[in-house]
Write a protein of this length. Structure first.
Length: 295
């Protein structure tokens, strides 16, 4: 009966402790480790999502930002009324056709080699004639394609020379620079926006990394916590999120945050009398636990 009564007393004491903690937590100045962990964890995933969205925006802006060399190329195309763009498209297609021609030629050479290596007799004369006709037809097409590509290359080389001559003309250079300046001026808003996004990304990256450290420290605290530790903000001027951040920074042993945080182990009923500023020993506690954990 005494044992049962003792167990009931322990249970009642625990319930009372939880009730006291719950009452304290109704005030924004009081937090349990688990509550701080959940707040910081949500902040971490929120920041990570914001970073990813900002990164996507950065890539989108990068496609809109025009470099000096690209502006010059665009100005040159405008100067020749779009002929430069057509030339580049023709040149890209020419390169693709050359690659395709090389593959077809290699295929034909292999088939011809196999054809010559076969032993043809009167019995397979029909097959011989059929394969020979197919190879002859294929060779004719290859020769025609080679002639077309050779002529196209000559035409493209001629156009390239004409463009270079045009773009080296002093008056053309002046006109092209004026056009390019106008393009860059119109594009300036994207450049500035891109710079702002780059700064924002750097800030978010630092916040994500720091918040990840806070999450890890709080997780470690929870793993080694034998009782319900509560934290108290020694000021009424902080929001719940800011208070949680300060507590997490205090657990990371950041001096400015440590000065603003007191904590209680919650081992007794007189919690209000048990609040203490984090000592130097408290500051080292998490580090020592991490070291033992790694060992």
């Amino acid at each position: 009966m005494l044992k049962i009564a003792s167990e009931n007393l322990d249970s009642t004491v625990n319930d009372l402790k939880n009730a006291i903690v719950a009452q304290s937590l109704s005030d924004q100045n009081y937090f349990k480790t688990r509550e701080v962990y959940e707040i910081i964890r949500r902040q971490y995933f929120g920041l990570k999502k914001e970073y990813e969205k900002t990164l996507d925006l950065k890539y989108d802006l990068q496609r809109r930002v025009i470099s000096n060399s690209r502006a010059i190329a665009m100005a040159q195309n405008i100067f020749v009324h779009g002929d430069l763009k057509k030339f580049r498209a023709s040149f890209r297609q020419y390169k693709k056709d050359v690659e395709k021609f090389a593959k077809n030629l290699e295929s034909y050479n292999q088939q011809e080699k196999m054809f010559k290596a076969k032993k043809w007799t009167a019995e397979n004369q029909a097959a011989f004639l059929q394969e020979k006709y197919a190879l002859t037809k294929q060779k004719t097409l290859i020769d025609l394609e080679k002639t077309r590509l050779d002529n196209l290359k000559l035409s493209l080389d001629k156009q390239k020379t004409e463009f270079e001559s045009t773009f080296n003309n002093p008056e053309a250079v002046r006109q092209i620079q004026i056009i390019a300046t106008g393009i860059l001026r119109k594009n300036l808003k994207f450049v500035r926006k891109s710079e702002e996004i780059e700064t924002r990304l750097k800030q978010l990256s630092e916040r994500v990394q720091h918040t990840k450290k806070q999450v890890d420290a709080l997780q470690l605290q929870l793993n080694f916590e034998k009782c319900h530790t509560c934290y108290k903000i020694l000021s009424d001027s902080y929001t719940k999120k800011t208070a949680a951040t300060l507590i997490a920074d205090a657990i990371l042993n950041e001096p400015q945050a440590v000065q603003l945080i007191a904590r209680s182990s919650g081992n007794n009923l007189e919690m209000e009398k048990d609040w203490e500023l984090m000592s130097e020993l408290d500051k080292d506690e998490l580090l020592h636990k991490q070291i033992f954990r790694d060992l």
